[in-house]
Design a protein around this ligand. Structure first.
Ligand SMILES: Cc1ncc(COP(=O)(O)O)c(C=O)c1O
Length: 394
């Protein structure tokens, strides 16, 4: 008794990263923390840029009355306007403050969006590999996740998406740059995806949202412009946060941006604002809203993550690991040298290297490592990777 059977089952299903965390603690106690190489967590390594601290101090020293009170549930108008201005520059589209809702991170942004659009039993198409929490977000808001697949380069498989869409589909959720693969969905991919969605809308007489989860948008290792969903599908929404691009994961600040070309966006924004309030988020944190309003053009030093990506990608592929080079985010998703990815991550663990099996991302046969760790940890993990590969090959 106590907790529900459903929650018990979900906790069991989602326990990979938590299990790794516990393993890391146990291994550190046994072998010494300096001998354990934990690449299982996506906790941003880089500290917020200096501008963050400047703004924080400015607000602390110059506290206007009401700084800590409630504000409109969608956020401070000046913050929403600042975010809209940044997006208008980045996309060339006419974003206004009213198209933005401030949220407690991307996780909350996705939950309130699903709450606003899903009736019980409605379906959301996810594309594997995907961030493990998605299935729970959809389920918590009464929906049913339906999983489509990707090709070997981690670009989505359009045939699989076409087959996954039904008359109950209310949204297709994408994530680019992708956790866990680091893939960035190209402009051509987004155009094809929008085509598949629009063809299904016509076939079923329904409306389908394209939701893009973009917390890694500013962590890219290519000079190409970021391919946005907005030009491809009018019913499109971005959910994102400053957890990674400003290193503020613990502060819970993000936003939803609705395509300015979506004609029913007024009602959508009202629904999302209502969901933000009644799911108990109420509003995004006040001080963080004031700070990020000033930091829309600021990002952590991406070159540090790029160096780590280059280092670990080059080392692992030289050893013989098969891997698609990540173009963004701070993860790599190599193929497991053993058919059973869980067996392989246990083998790595015996070498004191902690990673997460692909099954945790809806894609068995792979494993994820996070390279947002100190260089010492990446370097220290290499002998373990080499030994595990040799053992796996027999
Ligand atoms: C793909 C993806 N989406 C959403 C989140 C949630 O991030 P947050 O709620 O901190 O913005 C994460 C966190 O790791 C993520 O990797």
């Amino acid at each position: 008794m106590g907790i529900s059977e459903k929650t018990r089952a979900q906790m069991q299903e989602s326990s990979w990263i938590r299990r790794m965390f516990e393993e890391a603690a146990a291994l550190s106690a046994e072998h010494g923390a300096e001998n354990v190489f934990d690449l299982s967590l996506g906790n941003p390594l880089l500290e917020p840029p200096p501008e963050f601290r400047d703004e924080l101090l400015r607000i602390a020293n110059d506290e206007a009355p009401g700084t800590h009170r409630y504000m409109p549930n969608g956020g401070f108008p000046e913050t929403r306007t600042a975010v809209a201005r940044g997006l208008a520059v980045d996309t060339g589209l006419g974003f206004e403050g009213g198209d933005i809702i401030m949220t407690c991170g991307a996780g909350a942004a996705l939950n309130v969006t699903f709450r606003a659009i899903l009736d019980p039993g409605d379906e959301v198409v996810l594309i594997a590999p995907f961030f493990a929490e998605y299935t729970f977000y959809v389920d918590h808001q009464g929906g049913v996740p339906v999983v489509a697949t990707s090709h070997d380069d981690f670009q989505p498989d359009m045939e699989s998406i076409r087959a996954a869409i039904t008359d109950r589909t209310r949204a297709v959720l994408i994530n680019s740059p992708n956790n866990p693969s680091g893939a960035i969905y190209s402009e051509a991919t987004l155009a094809s995806l929008a085509g598949v969605i629009q063809e299904a809308e016509a076939r079923f007489g329904t409306e389908i949202f394209l939701i893009s989860d973009e917390p890694y948008r500013k962590l890219m290792y290519t000079d190409d412009p970021y391919p946005f969903v907005f030009p491809h599908h009018t019913r499109s929404v971005v959910a994102t946060s400053h957890s990674k691009d400003l290193g503020l994961a613990g502060e819970r600040i993000g936003f939803i941006a609705v395509n300015p070309g979506y004609t029913d966006r007024g009602e959508f924004i009202d629904a999302v604002t209502f969901a933000n309030r009644t799911l108990g988020f109420v509003n995004a944190p006040a001080i963080m809203q004031r700070i990020v309003a000033k930091l829309q053009n600021v990002t952590v030093d991406v070159s540090e993550y790029r160096q780590k990506r280059d280092f670990v990608y080059s080392a692992l592929t030289k050893m013989g690991y098969e891997c698609v080079e990540p173009q963004g985010a701070f993860y790599m998703f190599p193929r497991s040298p053993l058919p059973d990815d869980q067996e392989f991550i246990r083998l790595l663990q015996s070498k004191l290297v902690l990673t997460v099996p692909g099954v945790g991302f809806g894609t068995p046969g792979y494993f994820r490592l996070s390279f947002c760790v100190e260089d010492r940890v990446l370097e220290g993990a290499l002998p373990g990777f080499e030994a595990a590969l040799a053992e796996a090959r027999g």
